[in-house]
Design a protein around this ligand. Structure first.
Ligand SMILES: Cc1cc2nc3c(=O)[nH]c(=O)nc-3n(C[C@H](O)[C@H](O)[C@H](O)COP(=O)(O)OP(=O)(O)OC[C@H]3O[C@@H](n4cnc5c(N)ncnc54)[C@H](O)[C@@H]3O)c2cc1C
Length: 549
């Protein structure tokens, strides 16, 4: 890092004519850590969030069953030893309320709330070429000036609803799972309809089935899922985890996905089918993403290896579902295991053995309309009291598209990204000077806080470098951006996920332009360690690919 030419105490005086030196949008995991780093430097910065309080994903998603798929302790911030020593995760995969509590605890411990403003929806951001600054427009009409804008907008923060006729006519309660009501909602004895069978639905379905009189699940495409194998963490186990934190974070930094799980590199074809099955039997009973990320790497690249493993998981599902016809409906036939983000479940498949649960095959008998009393399909009507739409998100770019972001020559970001994100290193965009993205599109897919800390730990020294050198503006090199995008595309080649109908490829049937076949290169598939190395090398090389003035 460059030596700062100014004293720390002077830093807040830079750009005194602007409201802020830096504005962070989003008070989630990423935004909280970013404001911590800037506050430590004494920078005049603020965090704006549309929500009424902090937490982002963990503030919004309050549906029953909402919890981590990441091991709680690998989701911890690693930046403070004290925080690591103080916090006790009570479950291996913490439920949403505990994570929200953790983020509040962190914020209050470091006295960060005073930098945050809630109920502030950013509607526009216009770059001022003459002054190298941004004007941020809020929904309430206020305008804020700043040198830098740092987005912590979230990759899954814009829910998408389906477009069924009659949705407004429903007389009962209906909402997207991500907007589950904040006040207690008692579903005891209610008839509940649930549309979708993605990761959220897979967590939600077993919980609703326990209390509802009737649960009807509308499934268009089946999803692979594997057991979470959650368990409480005792005081002594937590003490042991605390003693291991350095080791845990080192393992996360080594692994492609930022988890403790590292791939089995013995080679799929070097082992016999029996030896492969031995590994899978072991992983199926272990907690978390091991079944996906500790597997043979061939399952991600090789059709035959993937088919053999998918057949293994299908067999496990058949063992858990009493009705063989129902089991077949729950086994995906259009894609192999692991080429979409794998949901983890607790009793999901067994839930379909209950008398009060019905699975409707919406591929065969599609939903035609929502009526005042429930859901009408091509085959019949399903009356209900509550409809939950677990229909996913406008992933990666949705939150950006909802802001009118205009760059140096008036170009709109949403136009530049009409066919998918175009970035330099997933952190910056050519034509949009002084705009930085924390864990933006085209960064390495990762256990989130591991990627967020990497992002923040790259952004913060970049700002220090600029202040130290008296720079007011950075721009991104055209060739550097084009080369990065090509590299991102290259990393999809050969991977089975390139054909997936998933948010990794930008597929979303409820969004125009996101139809199957219009691949959007949303993530960097080269793995966390390689991505981290590229970030640090370009920084060490005076931020190669960026121009300063
Ligand atoms: C149900 C669910 C479970 C998940 N489980 C895991 C998991 O186990 N492990 C994992 O690694 N990841 C998981 N994720 C991904 C999760 O999104 C990240 O882990 C992390 O919480 C993202 O943090 P963030 O700070 O980037 O964004 P978010 O938490 O999404 O926060 C973004 C914030 O930006 C605000 N915002 C957006 N647009 C505007 C605007 N125009 N103006 C003002 N504010 C705005 C939002 O209000 C929000 O508060 C899960 C996601 C979901 C939805």
């Amino acid at each position: 890092m460059a030596e700062r030419a100014i004293g720390l105490e002077d830093i807040a005086n830079i750009d005194a004519h602007l409201d802020y030196q830096a504005v962070i949008i989003g008070a989630g995991v990423a935004g909280i850590y970013q404001i911590k780093r800037l506050a430590d430097l004494g920078v005049r910065a603020t965090v704006l969030d549309a929500n009424a309080d902090l937490g982002g994903t963990w503030y919004n998603n309050r549906y029953p069953g909402a919890r981590f798929d990441s091991e709680s302790y690998t989701y911890s911030y690693s930046f403070s030893r004290e925080l690591l020593d103080e916090w006790h995760w009570t479950e291996r995969f913490a439920p949403q309320p505990e994570t929200l509590q953790y983020l509040n605890y962190t914020t209050d411990k470091f006295d960060l709330r005073k930098f945050m403003q809630f109920g502030c929806r950013v509607e526009s951001m216009v770059f001022q070429d003459a002054t190298n600054s941004w004007v941020i427009g809020l929904e309430d009409g206020r305008q804020i000036t700043t040198r830098f804008v740092i987005s912590g907008l979230g990759i899954l923060s814009k829910p998408t609803l389906p477009k069924f006729a009659g949705m407004d006519s429903f007389k009962g309660l209906s909402f997207h799972a991500s907007n589950w009501p904040h006040e207690p909602l008692d579903l005891t004895g209610k008839r509940v309809a649930l549309v979708g069978t993605g990761a959220t639905a897979i967590q939600l379905i077993p919980e609703v089935a326990k209390v509802a009189a009737q649960l009807t699940v509308f499934q268009r495409r089946a999803n692979w899922a594997a057991p979470l194998n959650n368990a409480p963490i005792s005081e002594s186990e937590m003490a042991a985890i605390r003693g291991r934190y350095d080791e845990i974070f080192a393992a996360c930094a080594r692994s492609p996905g930022g988890f403790e799980h590292e791939p089995d590199r013995r080679g799929f074809y070097n082992l016999s089918p029996e030896q492969r099955r031995e590994l899978w039997d072991k992983l199926y009973d272990e907690p978390g993403f091991g079944i996906w990320l500790q597997n043979f790497t061939e399952i991600f690249f090789d059709e035959k290896a993937n088919a053999e493993f998918s057949a293994y998981i299908a067999e496990r599902i058949r063992r858990r579902v009493n009705d063989p016809g129902l089991a077949e409906l729950l086994i995906p036939k259009d894609h192999g295991f692991g080429i979409q983000r794998v949901p983890l479940e607790t009793g999901y498949f067994e839930t379909y053995n209950r008398d009060n649960v019905v699975l409707v095959n919406s591929a065969q008998t599609p939903i035609v309309r929502i009526t005042p009393n429930g859901i009408e399909t091509s085959e019949g009507t399903f009356d209900c009291d509550v409809i939950v739409y677990a229909t996913g998100f406008d992933a990666f770019t949705g939150a950006f598209d909802h802001i009118d972001i205009r760059g140096a020559d008036g170009e709109r970001l949403r136009d530049k990204w009409a066919k998918g994100p175009v970035t330099y290193l997933g952190a910056t965009v050519r034509g949009f000077p002084n705009f930085l993205m924390l864990v933006g599109p085209q960064t390495a897919a990762s256990n989130f806080p591991r990627g967020a800390e990497l992002s923040v730990d790259w952004v913060t020294p970049l700002l220090e470098y600029m202040w130290a050198h008296g720079h007011n503006r950075f721009d991104v090199d055209e060739v550097a951006e084009a080369e990065w995008v090509e590299h991102v595309k290259d990393m999809y080649k050969g991977m089975l996920l390139r054909n997936a109908k998933s948010w990794i490829t930008g597929y979303n049937s409820n969004l125009e332009g996101h139809e199957y076949g219009n691949v959007r290169y949303n993530i960097y598939n080269g793995g966390g360690p390689r991505y981290a190395k590229m970030l640090s090398e370009m920084a060490a090389n005076n931020y190669e690919g960026m121009h300063f003035r």
